[in-house]
Every structure is written in C-alpha cells, then in structure tokens.
Design a binder for this molecule. Structure first.
Ligand code: ZN
Length: 219
C-alpha cells in the first residue's frame, strides 16, 4: 500500500490495477475519482469511497451527490472503511450482502414458479428482487439460458397443456388460469411454443390418451 498508484496501469480494466488495500488521499487515481463521480457500477466491489465530512462510505455506483475531491478517501474493501470509522451509506448499502448471480436468479425463479399464474412483468420482478430490469434480464438469461419473460411463458404453456388435457374448461378460461387473460394472445403464444393451437392440442392429445386407455382396457 506504500506503492503509489499509477493511473496508467489501471487503464482498460477496472479490476486490474487497484491493488493497494487502502488508497491514500494524496494519490487518488483519476480513474477511481471518475468512477465515483459518474456512479460507475462496473467498479462496484472494486473499491469504496468515504467522505470525510459526512463520515459515510459508499459504493462507486451510489447515486448520492458527488463529494469534493479533497474530502474523499478510497478503500479497497468495506471492512477497511469500517475500521477507519466510516459508516455505511443507507442508500447504496456498501456492506450489504451481494448475492452471487446464481442465488439471486434461483430466488427470482422460485418466485416465478410460485406466481406465474398472476400478472408478472419484468419491472415487477426487478422490484421484488432488488435489481434493475435490465440487469435482471441479462443475468437471468446468462444463468438460465432464457429471459425471465420467456421462462414465464414456458411455465404458463406447460400448465396450460396439463389443464387442456385434464379439464374440459374452455380455452379462454385456461388462458386466465395460467395468467393470460387475453385469449387471442394466449392462443398465439401457445401455438408459438407447441406448434398447435390449444384446441388442436387438446383434441390431438386427449384422443391419443383415450385410445391408449381403451387399448389398455381391451388388453
Ligand atoms: Zn451511498
């Protein structure tokens, strides 16, 4: 930590150059200062900055008002900021647990599995899972291979298939049961996913099932 930071060495890679455990005020690399002023989230986890006048420290992405440069201190970890007697910002919660992507997405998936028959939007999911819609969309896709909306559609179509075969409910009602109250939209989505309309799916596969049952009886 005695080594002065060379701003040149930090270029191109946010993670690479920030090796010092505490970054002394005298040698604030422009890169860190810029990141803090611009609320650059790609630096979150790389460093924290504290404001001497308020005694509070933040993540780089914190939307709080930018401090004066002479009042700022940089830390490599939240623990170091805490031991220097700074308090975590209530807004960006720099000591808050950050869920690894997999756990985060598992929690969102669980929520969808429980509630996909209700109206669900990406904004709503982002709200309950404490992320931005954009970030959730991207991370979900990265972890599960499909977007949250595609996943919801899959769940709805799967349930619709079951209901079509297990009940005599009209197609519109089944649409509503699986969370899609707009019947034409339900039919379009179902066809897109299965290659058949709900009515044709029901006919095709319940006939199949009936035949199988009858054969079963005969044998
Ligand atoms: Zn903050």
């Amino acid at each position: 930590m005695e080594k002065p930071n060379k701003p040149g060495g930090l270029e191109g890679s946010p993670a690479a150059g920030i090796a010092a455990s505490t970054i002394e005020t005298g040698s604030i690399p422009d890169e860190l200062w810029e990141a803090a002023v611009n609320n650059d989230a790609s630096y979150d986890g790389q460093f924290f900055y504290a404001v001497k006048t308020t005694g509070i420290f933040c993540r780089p992405s914190c939307k709080s008002r930018p401090p004066k440069k002479e009042n700022i201190r940089f830390f490599r970890t939240a623990d170091e900021a805490l031991s220097a007697k700074f308090r975590p910002c209530k807004r960006c919660k720099p000591t808050g647990e950050r869920l690894p992507d997999d756990e985060w997405i598992a929690a969102v998936t669980e929520y969808i599995d429980r509630s996909f028959t209700e109206a669900l939007s990406l904004d709503h999911l982002a709200g309950i899972s404490h992320g931005s819609p954009y970030h959730l969309h991207r991370t979900f896709k990265k972890v599960k291979g499909v977007t949250p909306i595609e996943y919801i559609h899959q769940k709805r179509v799967e349930l619709a298939k079951q209901l079509l075969l297990a009940t005599d409910k009209p197609v519109g009602e089944i649409g509503m049961d699986v969370g899609i109250s707009n019947t034409p939209y339900f039919i379009t989505l179902f066809k897109k996913k299965t290659g058949r309309t709900p009515a044709s799916y029901r006919q095709r596969y319940s006939d199949h099932r009936k035949e199988a049952t009858e054969h079963g009886k005969q044998d």
